[in-house]
Design a protein. Structure first.
Ligand code: BGP
Length: 468
């Protein structure tokens, strides 16, 4: 008889999911919330959003949080990452605190804790208050200081109960989206400004960490990075190897190194010097970054990254620097693709990240803070009982968990696995095109229906793993 293979995880492993405030709350202009860059961008360019659905039409967590938190419990969550919307808590970005927001977030965290679900709370998830974007957003030192104050206010208000804080979700995305590749507001394409934005986010994160540690609230603070293991087209070709290395340095190590080790990669500094695009900084900034590293890391993993030596000359807009002068993106012809999102699915990537953390980042405690699969037109998979049979999602999760399990067996210090996300939610420019949830959302009625994967996820969590 064939022996079953077992994939069980360490005791106390976090099973749950991640969401973000801006993508789930809705109530975008109610109860004192002011516009974020998303509300504003949608108001001026709705055609940039799938089906012209904007951030006011979300899964309505602001009104449905009680039933949603019960659902989390039913889905086997022992932990859940959500966030605070800066533009709800402090409508002008700095200054007065909105009491209605305080009440709302208090209630959310209390409900989670009452049901035994550990809240992990993100402070910044792409959602700059418009008032602060108008004074320069992450390019501005004033905004760095405003973020530090906002973080302190959150720790003071909720830090007695929230024991896991995340300063930023994927800080490289505002750099790429907002300042390099035009998929976030303010749609700038300028490598020099992008470098400043990245530096200021890292500094803001370190300053928030410094403040949190000083307050001695007994919890932990970290950051969530989207780590994309970067592979060369041909592993034996020096040009391809160097291209992959450069891409890795610009988009992974540029954040991993300062956040985990407190220093920037030497090679990154060399690239920036070569192009005369070092950010404005002071010695004191570097000291703050060096002395205030994270307690834990969140790793979002969807897709690997691939690169080849440049084959075409990059035309630089007005001569402005772009990191792409050092590499060209490469699509592996044999890649397994998620055709809806256009992202490669490469399960072993999760293992390679774990090995990298063990070998190069002192095996810092980390968890998989997002992994998931967005699929279009899921109503195709409705069964007679009106349940979406999303076997592909179950397979996707299992395929990644097998590799994660192997890495843990080999010593990775991984604390948990969170899916993106528990209920179909609004996604940045894609709105509701691709559905990621364990629970489906009827956009017209706001009705929630658990998918097959949701039931399976509950078993997964109850059993702390699976056998097959
Ligand atoms: C991550 C973000 C999430 C989420 C997810 C899915 O990068 O942290 O906010 O949106 O990706 O991506 P998308 O919604 O673009 O399909």
């Amino acid at each position: 008889m064939n022996q079953k293979k077992e994939y069980y995880f360490p005791e106390g492993f976090w099973w749950g999911s991640a969401s973000s405030a801006a993508q789930s709350e809705g109530a975008a202009d109610r109860d004192g919330k002011s516009p974020s860059i998303w509300d504003y961008w949608y108001s001026i360019e709705p055609q940039r959003f799938h089906d012209q659905i904007g951030p006011q039409d979300t899964s309505g967590f602001y009104d449905h949080y009680k039933e949603d938190i019960k659902l989390l419990k039913e889905l086997g969550h022992n932990s859940f990452r959500t966030g605070i919307q800066w533009s709800r808590l402090i409508p002008d970005g700095q200054g007065e605190v909105n009491q209605k927001a305080v009440d709302f977030y208090n209630d959310v965290f209390n409900e989670l804790i009452a049901l035994g679900i550990e809240p992990i709370v993100t402070l910044y998830h792409f959602d700059m208050p418009l008032a602060l974007q108008q004074i320069g957003g992450w390019e501005s030192r004033e905004v760095v200081d405003a973020f530090t104050d906002y973080a302190k206010i959150c720790f003071e208000l909720f830090g007695d109960r929230v024991k896991f804080w995340v300063t930023f979700n994927e800080p490289v995305v505002p750099v790429e989206g907002g300042y390099l590749y035009d998929f976030h507001y303010p749609n700038v394409i300028d490598g020099r400004r992008a470098v400043q934005v990245g530096f200021n986010e890292i500094l803001a994160s370190a300053k928030a960490i410094e403040a949190y540690h000083k307050m001695e609230l007994g919890g932990k603070i970290g950051i969530v990075l989207n780590v994309r293991p970067t592979y060369p087209r041909d592993p034996d070709n020096q040009g391809d190897i160097e291209a992959a290395l450069a891409k890795d340095i610009f988009f992974n190590r540029s954040f991993l190194d300062p956040c985990v080790k407190g220093i920037f990669p030497k090679k990154l500094i060399k690239f920036l010097l070569e192009n005369e695009v070092l950010p404005e900084y002071s010695k004191q900034d570097l000291k703050i970054i060096r002395d205030n590293t994270i307690d834990f890391l969140g790793v979002n993993y969807y897709s690997p990254s691939r690169a080849k030596e440049r084959e075409t000359k990059l035309e630089l807009k007005e001569g402005l620097f772009m990191p792409d002068i050092y590499f060209e993106d490469y699509v592996w012809p044999e890649a397994k693709m998620n055709p809806y999102r256009g992202w490669e699915i490469y399960e072993k990537g999760i293992y390679d990240i774990c090995k990298d953390i063990i070998e190069n980042y002192d095996n810092i405690p980390f968890y998989i803070s997002e992994n998931g699969m967005g699929v279009e037109s899921e109503e195709r998979f409705l069964n007679e009982d009106g349940i979406i049979e999303d076997n592909y999602r179950i397979d996707f999760i299992k395929d990644h968990l097998r590799w994660l399990h192997k890495a843990i067996q080999e010593g990775a210090n991984c604390m948990g696995y969170h899916l993106w996300t528990f209920i179909d939610n609004w996604s940045w420019c894609n709105a509701y095109k691709n559905r990621y949830g364990l629970v489906s959302l009827d956009l017209d009625t706001q009705k929630r229906t658990v998918k097959k994967s949701g039931r399976w996820f509950k078993e997964l969590s109850d059993n702390n793993g699976f056998a097959e």
